[in-house]
Design a protein around this ligand. Sequence first.
Ligand code: PLP
Length: 364
Amino acid sequence: MINMARPVIGKKERQLIKEVLDSRILASGKYVTWFEQSFARYCGVKFGIANVNGTASLHTALLMCGVKPGDKVVTTPFSFIATSNSILFCGAKPVFTDIDPKTFNIDPVELEKTLRTEKNIKAVLTVHLYGLPCDMNAILRLRDKYKFKLIEDSCQAHGAEFRNKKVGSFGNASAFSFYATKNMMTGEGGIILTNDIKAAEYGRQLINHGRDGHSMHAVLGYNYRLTNLAAAIGIAQLDQLENRIAKRIANARKYSEAFKDLSFLQTPYVPENCRHVFHQYTIRISVSERKKFIGYLADNGIESGIYYDTVLYKQPFYKRFGYEDRLCREAEKAADEVLSLPVHPSLSKADADKIIKVIKGYEK
Ligand SMILES: *Cc1c(COP(=O)(O)O)cnc(C)c1O
């Protein structure tokens, strides 16, 4: 089976892990600081606060931006559930706005409609889905006009760029995940980035039980600290990130070239001013055809994945909030039609060639 993901682990991961084990300092320590500073520098942001996972990073980022019970936060319904759950963790209300069917990201035109109709929006949580940056020019223009805090869910987009600037550097704060299958990983892990020193200090306090100096706890905090062990893996992974992104992009280009004349599927769209890092290579295929196509791929030893087959406001837990049924038409259509193919950097040339051959041989 050609799988959807396979973490790559090199010599440096092993060497740094051994250093940490030998040091006997397994929880917080200098590898965490080293990793935070390296990742923040890579993204062109001043401060990095390492965190246990991407979900807790989103929670912390929202708190750092002052999101509190009763606030409204606009986000996309076409994402992983952690995106909107992090808003609920703050006691705030997710307000869903529709996506652009070409990019799968928040449509700035829809976002402006939502900002006009829903008053008192505290923040916007935007997601760079599959590794493709949102239209940051349009979103920053809206921030100037409507004065909200901007948080970037960059959990799928390490190294992605909008106009040569890394995602995670546009918002008031941003969150990344280093879960095992992401473009770079630490097993479980995450980081929050911000250029705002006050927010950074507050975030640092939030992830460490609200601790203020030694034993004073001035705010309700959490234990969201990353370990030295995980950070050691992250340092080694960051070293290889650009190489691995290059392989993902090369695989994606090869697919898109090979599939461009196939009428039963639509290849991913990449706007000219964006560097898409292809956490997922996601095609569209008609809802009537998708199941059969997935079966055909599986019969030929190729795994595929649907991210995501249910819009967030239709998740069982979200029923209680009473969202309108056909709230975001484009997101619902995308949920019916998307399909992701293996694009990860450990695919061999033979794997990629096989995927192309099998897909070109598909008959409706
Ligand atoms: C992975 C992911 C998260 C959550 O990250 P974890 O590290 O798994 O907690 C949040 N948002 C998006 C878009 C993700 O892909």
